[in-house]
Design a protein around this ligand. Structure first.
Ligand SMILES: *[C@@H]1O[C@H](CO)[C@@H](O)[C@H](O)[C@H]1NC(C)=O
Ligand SMILES: *[C@@H]1O[C@H](CO)[C@@H](O)[C@H](O)[C@H]1NC(C)=O
Ligand SMILES: *[C@@H]1O[C@H](CO)[C@@H](O)[C@H](O)[C@H]1NC(C)=O
Ligand SMILES: *[C@@H]1O[C@H](CO)[C@@H](O)[C@H](O)[C@H]1NC(C)=O
Ligand SMILES: *[C@@H]1O[C@H](CO)[C@@H](O)[C@H](O)[C@H]1NC(C)=O
Ligand SMILES: *[C@@H]1O[C@H](CO)[C@@H](O)[C@H](O)[C@H]1NC(C)=O
Ligand SMILES: *[C@@H]1O[C@H](CO)[C@@H](O)[C@H](O)[C@H]1NC(C)=O
Ligand SMILES: *[C@@H]1O[C@H](CO)[C@@H](O)[C@H](O)[C@H]1NC(C)=O
Length: 678
């Protein structure tokens, strides 16, 4: 891929050559890069350093999002899984029992801890972070819309004020010492909501917010104001966040149980129903249990859904497969976990299967109750995830498998969580400082899972998923069939192994329809294939989707780099078979139906042009008239010193700024210029 190679090398040189300047800017302790050393920002993109002989991961004391430590991928088992096998699928969905409910492209959404909204989304309603818009635009283009929750532990003690000093919309004014997750109590202003509304006017994002639930002096201002300001862009309001942990965390009496929650929810809905400033009442999301306190069934058994059905827009749970809490909160009952030992568990189809198993009863009940069932917050591990797992290609493949497993299991949405810069699992992370002209954003591997899912489910709202348990259900080689409007449309194939020799690449021979199903042969003349690839499951930077990368650590602005490469594979129609090779490691999304192939070939659409513009310390506001009259090229020529997006430039798209939007645009020094292109 020479077209991709060149820009990456150029960026490496750029970063290498400016490393000295980083110190000139005097980064604060919180964002210091001094710990990174060689092996991170300017390191070769695919160097894998061996730490296998070290007991536990090597010490690294910098911010988790930029951890440079690599772990050796698990060895290939002996015997290795078969590397040639066949998969038969009918073309008519009715011939395949066990398909999921109809899913939407927005299935894989995001959950942003409220306290980091200013880091990720924008600093005010008139100052949005361009990389955020870019990342979200990628999903919106493929999925139609993006679902984002702003909330988390901080929502429970949030309170709304009219304004804060310095025009801020968010103030983490004090620590709540009683909360073991150490989350700050935050004050927010309506400008947060205006910011979300303004984001939605640029990228089709719909929002979930939360109603504080820390005590029974109900504070509905967030509901009142968000309904008024966000309107249809507000999807729902979560009431209570992991209530099954309230007692354990000291927020309720020790014996506070599901019945007590039921009673409090009753008080809340009564107050809610009589709040005349809340016009929409049927938009609540609950019970959001983490399942480490109560099972969902313990809540269902209180009659919760029957009692509050008129208020409940969707049912939700929150769950992570593991936790890295011991690192933050030493606890004799929860000793530190060694990521190296846990790694194989994430490189296995069993992970997703085990995660959904406790919820299958609930997803079936939810269908009877006529309610969507959401995984409202999840990721690789709570308390920030694990270095070497959450920040590597491991999590990209795991995220694809886990999300497809949830879709197959009749969850209707899954929101993957973002923390700040000191967590490993972010889908993407803001630049380490808002004043650095050089270091840019960091793409988290799990963001590629969200792209894969958006394309796997598409825009029709009529995709159904089935775990095909291919290759005799081998845990290292999962595969899913996806039907759309009742017809076989796509197949997702994953290879969890790392073997640069190619010996453990596998080839799946896919038969469509035919005598076995009492159908005519239905293999198309050719299929299109997009690959999710990296040289190793431990890779952190060089991850590609259909040949393009979003850039690894400090190299991202949310736009594609490199040329897209969608493969066309000829099928053998005489034998009704399409042979698809899946590299070790990697995942393939195979587009079969005409409609799916057409959607796969959708050209570059809306992007937000971003350039490194200046090292000035001051906030730069671009004169709207410049933007209004410039196209992408002239805007770039005028302002940029080191563009990082190649796809957009090479596509020769004209850029424009929609009237009214230009006024929103201002630029943080070193962050970005924002041009809406079409
Ligand atoms: C990041 O988290 C680690 C524990 O995981 C902690 O030791 C360190 O102080 C944190 N760094 C910052 C800047 O908060
Ligand atoms: C709930 O949160 C509000 C706002 O942060 C705070 O004023 C109040 O004291 C909290 N209630 C309890 C019981 O901690
Ligand atoms: C953007 O936010 C400002 C408040 O700062 C508001 O006046 C304006 O109407 C918002 N624009 C949109 C499209 O919501
Ligand atoms: C499913 O949950 C319901 C409600 O709690 C319970 O009555 C039922 O026994 C459960 N079924 C299974 C198979 O667990
Ligand atoms: C998902 O729901 C469909 C439709 O009700 C059902 O046939 C299927 O068995 C469910 N899947 C799982 C894994 O429970
Ligand atoms: C960067 O962040 C710091 C701390 O939040 C703030 O004081 C400063 O004004 C910000 N700089 C810009 C250019 O926004
Ligand atoms: C899919 O659902 C979204 C949200 O309800 C809707 O806006 C969109 O039009 C639907 N698409 C199709 C093809 O029905
Ligand atoms: C990135 O990884 C791909 C395999 O996924 C490899 O072909 C390519 O050479 C790597 N690029 C760099 C710059 O290491």
């Amino acid at each position: 891929m020479p077209s991709m190679h060149a820009p990456l090398v150029a960026l490496s040189c750029l970063l290498a050559s400016v490393r000295a300047e980083v110190t000139i800017y005097g980064l604060t302790g919180q964002t210091t890069l001094a710990h990174l050393g060689p092996g991170s920002s300017s390191a070769p993109l695919s160097t894998t350093t061996s730490f296998a002989t070290t007991p536990g991961p090597p010490q690294y004391t910098g911010l988790a999002a930029y951890n440079p430590v690599y772990m050796v991928p698990p060895a290939i088992p002996s015997p290795a899984p078969a590397n040639q096998f066949s998969i038969g699928v009918p073309s008519d969905a009715q011939l395949l029992p066990g398909l999921s409910v109809k899913q939407r492209g927005s299935f894989f959404g995001f959950s942003i801890e409220m306290s980091v909204a200013n880091q990720l989304i924008g600093t005010s309603s008139t100052n949005l972070h361009v990389p955020f818009l870019n990342f979200m635009s990628i999903i919106a283009e493929k999925a139609g819309e993006v679902h984002v929750r702003v909330g988390g532990n901080t929502q429970d003690t949030a309170y709304m004020v009219d304004s804060l000093p310095d025009g801020k919309f968010l103030d983490k004014n004090r620590e709540d010492a009683s909360n073991p997750t150490g989350t700050p109590i935050i004050a927010i202003t309506p400008d947060l909501l205006f910011m979300l509304a303004n984001v939605s006017s640029l990228v089709n994002i719909k929002w979930y917010l939360g109603i504080p639930f820390n005590d029974t002096n109900w504070r509905f201002q967030i509901a009142e104001k968000s309904e008024a300001i966000l309107g249809d862009n507000l999807l729902g309001l979560q009431a209570a966040n992991e209530p099954d942990l309230y007692a354990r965390h000291g927020h309720r009496p020790e014996n506070w149980g599901p019945e007590d929650f039921f009673e409090e929810f009753s008080a809340m809905t009564q107050a809610y129903s009589s709040d005349s400033q809340v016009p929409v009442k049927n938009n609540l999301i609950a019970p959001s249990v983490s399942s480490s306190g109560w099972t969902p069934e313990q809540v269902w058994d209180t009659g919760f859904v029957e009692a509050y059905s008129d208020y409940l827009q969707a049912l939700a749970v929150e769950h992570y497969p593991s936790d890295n809490c011991a690192v933050i909160y030493p606890d004799p009952n929860n000793p530190p976990k060694n990521p190296l030992e846990l790694l194989p568990q994430y490189l296995s189809h069993k992970s997703g299967q085990q995660l959904v198993a406790p919820y299958l009863n609930s997803t079936a009940l939810a269908q009877q109750w006529g309610k969507p069932f959401m995984m409202f917050e999840t990721n690789t591990a709570s308390c920030g995830g694990f270095p070497g797992i959450s920040d590597t290609f491991t999590s990209a493949l795991w995220g694809v498998d886990y999300a497809l497993q949830m879709a197959y299991s009749n969850f209707t949405t899954a929101l993957f969580h973002f923390g700040g810069q000191n967590v490993s699992y972010n889908p993407f992370t803001a630049a380490p400082t808002n004043e650095s002209a050089i270091h840019q954003w960091t793409t988290g591997p799990i963001f590629y899972s969200s792209i894969f899912l958006a394309e796997a489910l598409g825009k029709t709202n009529a995709s159904q998923v089935k775990d095909m348990l291919i290759n005799d259900g081998n845990e290292l080689t999962p595969g899913y069939a996806i039907y759309e409007n009742g017809q076989f449309a796509r197949m997702a194939l994953i290879n969890y192994m790392t073997d640069p020799s190619g010996a453990n690449d596998y080839t799946a021979t896919i038969y469509v329809g035919g005598d076995g199903f009492g159908e005519p042969n239905a293999a198309p003349a050719s299929v299109k294939v997009k690959y999710l690839r990296a040289p190793s499951t431990s890779e952190k930077d060089n991850i590609t989707w259909a040949g393009q990368t979003l850039g690894g650590r400090f190299m991202a602005d949310g736009r594609w780099q490199g040329e897209e490469s969608v493969l066309t594979i000829q099928c053998d129609q005489a034998n009704n078979a399409c042979q698809i090779k899946v590299p070790a490691p990697g995942a393939a999304l195979v587009f079969f139906s005409d409609a799916a192939q057409a959607a796969a070939a959708d050209g570059p659409i809306e992007t937000f042009s971003t350039s490194i513009i200046t090292k000035s310390k001051n906030t730069v506001t671009i004169d709207p008239s410049v933007l209004a009259t410039s196209n992408g090229e002239s805007g770039k020529d005028r302002l940029h010193r080191g563009g990082t997006s190649y796809g957009a430039e090479s596509s020769g798209m004209a850029a424009y700024v929609a009237p009214g939007i230009a006024a929103l645009i201002s630029v943080l020094a070193g962050t970005a210029m924002f041009i809406r292109a079409s």
